[in-house]
Design a protein around this ligand. Structure first.
Ligand SMILES: *Cc1c(COP(=O)(O)O)cnc(C)c1O
Length: 393
C-alpha cells in the first residue's frame, strides 16, 4: 500500500478535484503539465539553484544537545526556520512560480490568511518580476498589518475580501473567482497541500526536499538514513508533508502529526481537524473538515495563525484514517510554554506553529536510543507580539 497520491488524484478516499466547471480548464492544464515540467532537467536545475542560493538550502539538521539530555533521547531539529522569509513556505512558492513561468503565465494570484503565504508569494513574484495579487480577508488585513506591509513593499497588490466573515475562506473564494475570469494569463499559487488535485501532490513534491535532506544528513551524522520518529505540526500540512514524504512507505519510521487544540479539543475553540473533522469538501478537495451537523464549515481557532484552518490536506486525512501517522493535539498554552522553553534551552525562538510539535516530547515516552527529528518549520519573529502579550514581556 502506498501513502502517496494515485493517478486519479486520491490518497485512499481523500483528495480529487471538486471544482466548479468554469475552473476545469485551468486545473486540467496544470494536471496535464505538472509532472512533465517538473521532471525536466532544466526545471530541476533552476529549482535546486534557487533553493541553494536564494532560500539558503540545505537547511541544517541540528542535534539539540540540551533538549536531548533532558528528555533522554536523541533529538534533531530540521532548521526550516533558517529559510529565506523565515519558514518552509518559500520552498513551494519557488517551485510553483517556476512552473507558472513555463506555462507562459504572467500574472500570479494567491490567497492568504495570516499573510505568511502571501509574503512567500510576493517574494518570488519580485524575484521573477511577475505581477502579484494577494487576496486577503478584510479582518485579516487589520490583524496582520506587518505582513500586509511586507507584501506591499515587495510590490504585491493586496486586495481585501469583503464578503462573509472577511477571513481566509472568503479570500479563497475571491481568488477562485479571479482565476475563473482570467484563465489564460493567470496562475494561482496555493500555499499548502490543499486544494484540488494536482495541488496537494505538487506542493508535497516541492516540500519533499525537507525529508530528502534529512535522509542525507542523518546518514552522515548517525550512519543511517531513517529516524525512529519524525514529528511536524499540521495546519494545511505542507511542512509535515515535506518532512514525512520520503519516509511514508517505510514502516520503521514512526510519523507524528501535531494539530492545534486551541483552548482544548472539546472547548469549541480548536483547530484539531482529525479529532473533530468529518469527511467533506473544502477548497476543491475531499478531506477531513470541521463542520456543523448540516455541513457548514466551522470557524477554527488556534493562537497560531498558520494552524488556524478548518481542514487538513488529503494526504494527512489518509494518514489519519489508515493510522499510518499518529495525530496528537496540543493546546495554545502548551505551545506557548514550548516557545519559551525552546528559546531558553536552545537559543531558538520558534514560530508558534512549530512550537506545537515540540510538546510531543512531554506527551510520549521515547527510548534513549531513539532518533527523533522535529521539523522546526519557522522562526518566531512574526509571533513576537503574541509572545509579548502572552508572557507580559
Ligand atoms: C504556515 C505555517 C505552518 C502551517 O502550514 P503547513 O502547510 O501545515 O505547513 C506551519 N509553520 C509555519 C512556521 C508556518 O508559517
Amino acid at each position: 500500500m502506498s501513502y502517496n497520491v494515485n493517478e486519479k488524484g486520491y490518497y485512499g478516499e481523500f483528495g480529487g478535484a471538486y471544482i466548479p466547471e468554469m475552473l476545469y480548464p485551468n486545473v486540467e492544464e496544470l494536471r496535464q503539465q505538472y509532472l512533465k515540467i517538473t521532471a525536466e532537467p532544466e526545471f530541476q536545475e533552476e529549482f535546486d539553484a534557487l533553493l541553494k542560493d536564494y532560500v539558503g538550502r540545505p537547511t541544517p539538521l541540528y542535534f539539540a544537545a540540551r533538549l536531548s539530555e533532558k528528555y533522554n533521547t536523541k533529538i534533531y531539529l530540521k532548521r526550516e526556520d533558517l529559510c529565506h522569509t523565515g519558514a518552509h513556505k518559500v520552498n513551494n512558492t519557488i517551485g510553483q512560480i517556476l512552473l507558472a513561468k513555463r506555462l507562459g503565465k504572467t500574472r500570479i494570484i494567491a490567497e492568504t490568511g495570516a499573510g505568511q503565504h502571501g509574503v512567500a508569494t510576493a517574494t518570488v513574484c519580485a524575484l521573477m518580476g511577475l505581477e502579484c495579487i494577494v487576496y486577503m480577508g478584510e479582518i485579516d488585513i487589520k490583524r496582520q498589518a506587518p505582513n500586509v506591509a511586507r507584501m506591499k513593499m515587495l510590490g504585491a497588490e493586496v486586495r481585501p475580501a469583503l464578503s462573509g466573515s472577511r477571513t481566509l475562506k472568503d479570500a479563497t473564494n475571491e481568488a477562485i473567482r479571479d482565476w475563473i475570469n482570467n484563465p489564460v494569463d493567470t496562475y494561482y499559487i496555493i500555499g499548502s497541500v490543499v486544494g484540488p488535485h494536482p495541488y496537494p501532490d505538487m506542493v508535497a513534491r516541492f516540500q519533499s526536499v525537507i525529508s530528502k535532506e534529512i535522509k542525507e544528513q542523518l546518514l552522515e551524522k548517525e550512519g543511517r538514513e531513517n529516524p525512529d520518529y519524525v514529528i511536524a505540526c499540521v495546519g494545511g500540512g505542507s511542512n509535515a508533508a515535506g518532512a514525512f514524504y520520503h519516509f511514508l512507505d517505510n514502516p520503521d519510521v514512526n510519523i507524528i502529526a501535531v494539530e492545534a487544540a486551541g483552548l482544548g479539543v472539546d472547548s469549541g475553540e480548536s483547530a484539531a481537524t482529525s479529532a473533530l473533522g468529518k469527511i467533506g469538501v473544502i477548497h476543491g478537495s475531499k478531506t477531513l473538515l470541521m463542520q456543523s451537523l448540516d455541513g457548514q464549515i466551522t470557524e477554527p481557532y488556534s493562537i497560531s495563525a498558520g494552524l488556524d484552518y478548518p481542514g487538513v490536506g488529503p494526504m494527512h486525512a489518509n494518514l489519519f484514517a489508515t493510522k499510518r501517522a499518529e495525530f496528537i493535539s496540543i493546546t495554545d498554552d502548551q505551545a506557548m510554554q514550548w516557545g519559551l522553553k525552546l528559546s531558553q534551552m536552545e537559543g531558538l525562538i520558534p514560530a508558534i506553529e512549530s512550537a506545537h510539535a515540540f510538546a510531543v516530547l512531554e506527551e510520549k515516552k521515547f527510548k534513549p536510543s531513539d532518533i527523533i527529528v522535529i521539523n522546526l518549520s519557522g522562526r518566531g519573529d512574526k509571533d513576537l507580539n503574541t509572545y509579548i502579550d502572552y508572557f507580559k514581556l
